[in-house]
Design a binder for this molecule. Structure first.
Ligand SMILES: Cc1ncc(COP(=O)(O)O)c(C=O)c1O
Length: 412
C-alpha cells in the first residue's frame, strides 16, 4: 500500500484510504505522524548542519541530546554511544560488554545469556541473542552460541506454576547458570518487563529485579534492551524505572526521534566505560557507522524530548492505559481469548490457537480483517496487540478495540 502522507494517527494512501496506525509504524511513532514541532526542528537543523563525522568531532545537537538523555536516565548511566538503529544499539552493547572484560585481561569472560522469546534485532549479533524464530531460522549457521534461559512468560509458565502463588521460580535457571559459569559470562541481555516481538509478554518486575541481583552477585553485566520499552511506552520513561533497576548498559532506539529518523544509543556506567580509558589504543572501542550521531536525527530527538517537557505526554499515556484495561477486560469473556496483557501504552490479547506462534494461520486473516476496516494492526501470530502513538484520542482507541472485538466475534 502506498502512503502519500500521514497526520497524527492516520496514514493516507495514494488510492484514497485513511488508515489508523494502531502500531505506531513498528513502534517508533510517539507524538503523531508529521508532528509539526519535530518536522520544524529537522528543517532548521538541516539549514545549519546536516551531518558531520562523529569521530574526533561533535556538534551542538548531539551534545544537547546527551544532556537531555542524562536528565531522564538513571544517574549511573553516565556515558553514551551513538549508532543507527535498535539492532546496532544492541550490537554495541554486546561488543562493549565483551571488550570491557577483555581490556582487563579477562578475555575468557565473553559468553552471553539471553532469554527465551527474546528479540533484539536482525543483524547477526542481535539475531544470535534473539530466540529461535522464523526470523532467524535460515541463518542458524551465522548465529554465535548463547546461553538461553527461561523468561517470565506467566501465561505459559516455563516451570508450570501460577503467578498468584509463585515466587518467580522461572529465574532459577539463570541463577544456576550464573552460579556454575559466571566466570565465563560477560553479560545477560533482557528486554525489561516487556518482550515485544516474542509476543508482547509482560514480565513481573521481580523477574528483572532478581536478574539484576544475580548479575551483580556474579560480576556479570546486565544489558537492558529498551529499544521498544523506552520513551514512555511502559508508563514510565524507561521500563527499568518501574522495577527500580539500573542496568550496566542500556539500548535505546525506535521512539528516540519520535519516529522521524533512525538512531540508536547505548548508554553505560562509569565502571563499564573505565575499561576503555587506557592509553593502549588496542583498548579503544572500534565501532562506528557512517551516519552515527547524525545531526538531523539528534534534532528530531531533541524536539521529541522537548515535547515530553512541554506537553502532557504521560497523561496521554495514562488515558491509553486506562482504555486498554477496560477493553481487554471485556475481551476476556470470549472463549478464544486465552490471555490479556498490558503495560503502559501497550495492550495485547493472546488468542487460543492450535498453531500458536508467529506463523499461526490466524495472522493473515486478522491482518486483512483489520486493514479492510481501516486499522493497521499486525498481529504477532495469534497475539493481537495495540501500541498506538500517544496522541491517539480515546474514541479512536475505542474504535480500534471495536474492530478487534468484531474480529473475535466474526472470525472465531
Ligand atoms: C527490543 C528490540 N530490540 C531491538 C530491536 C531492533 O531494532 P531495529 O529494528 O531498529 O534494528 C527491536 C525491533 O523491533 C526490538 O523490539
Amino acid at each position: 500500500m502506498q502512503v502519500e502522507r500521514a497526520k497524527g494517527v492516520y496514514l493516507y494512501t495514494r488510492d484514497g484510504k485513511k488508515i489508523l496506525d494502531a502500531i505506531s509504524s513498528w513502534w517508533v511513532n510517539l507524538h503523531g505522524h508529521a508532528n509539526p514541532r519535530i518536522a520544524a526542528a529537522i528543517a532548521e537543523q538541516a539549514r545549519k548542519l546536516e551531518h558531520v563525522i562523529i569521530a574526533g568531532f561533535t556538534h551542538d545537537a548531539a551534545e544537547e541530546l546527551a544532556r537531555r538523555l542524562r536528565k531522564w536516565v538513571m544517574p549511573q548511566l553516565t556515558h553514551l554511544f551513538f549508532s543507527d538503529d535498535g539492532s546496532t544499539a544492541v550490537e554495541v552493547a554486546l561488543k562493549m560488554a565483551v571488550q570491557h572484560f577483555s581490556n582487563q585481561g579477562r578475555g575468557e569472560k565473553r559468553e552471553i545469556v539471553a532469554l527465551e522469546h527474546g528479540y533484539h534485532g536482525d543483524t547477526a549479533g542481535a539475531m544470535s541473542v534473539s530466540d529461535d524464530s522464523p526470523f532467524t531460522e535460515p541463518f542458524a549457521a551465522m548465529r554465535y552460541p548463547v546461553h538461553r534461559v527461561h523468561a517470565a512468560y506467566c501465561y505459559r509458565c516455563p516451570v508450570g506454576l501460577k503467578r498468584e502463588t509463585c515466587h518467580i521460580e522461572c529465574v532459577g535457571q539463570l541463577e544456576t547458570l550464573l552460579a556454575e559459569r559466571g566466570e565465563k559470562i560477560a553479560a545477560v541481555i533482557v528486554e525489561p518487563l516487556l518482550q515485544g516481538a516474542g509476543g508482547m509478554i509482560v514480565h513481573p518486575a521481580e523477574f528483572l529485579q532478581k536478574a539484576r541481583a544475580l548479575c551483580t552477585k556474579h560480576d556479570v553485566l546486565l544489558i537492558a534492551d529498551e529499544v521498544l520499552t523506552g520513551f514512555g511506552r511502559t508508563g514510565k520513561m524507561f521500563a527499568c524505572d518501574i522495577a527500580g533497576v539500573t542496568p550496566d548498559l542500556m539500548c535505546l532506539s525506535k521512539g528516540i526521534t519520535g519516529g522521524f529518523l533512525p538512531m540508536g544509543v547505548t548508554l553505560c556506567t562509569d565502571r563499564v566505560e573505565a575499561a576503555f580509558g587506557s592509553e593502549d589504543r588496542r583498548h579503544t572501542f572500534y565501532h562506528g557507522h557512517s551516519y552515527t550521531g547524525n545531526a538531523l536525527a539528534c534534532a528530531a530527538a531533541n524536539a521529541s524530548l522537548q515535547i515530553f517537557d512541554d506537553e502532557p505526554v504521560f497523561d496521554r499515556i495514562a488515558t491509553i492505559t486506562r482504555i486498554h484495561g477496560e477493553r481487554l477486560l471485556q475481551l476476556r469473556q470470549y472463549a478464544v481469548v486465552g490471555d490479556t496483557r498490558q503495560i503502559g501504552s501497550i495492550g495485547a490479547l493472546e488468542l487460543r490457537a492450535e498453531d500458536a506462534g508467529y506463523l499461526s494461520a490466524m495472522r493473515p486473516k486478522l491482518y486483512q480483517f483489520f486493514l479492510e476496516r481501516g486499522v493497521l494492526l499486525r498481529p504477532l501470530g495469534n497475539v493481537v496487540y495495540v501500541l498506538p502513538p500517544y496522541v491517539i484520542e480515546p474514541e479512536e482507541l475505542h474504535r480500534v478495540y471495536d474492530v478487534i472485538t468484531e474480529a473475535v466475534e466474526a472470525l472465531f
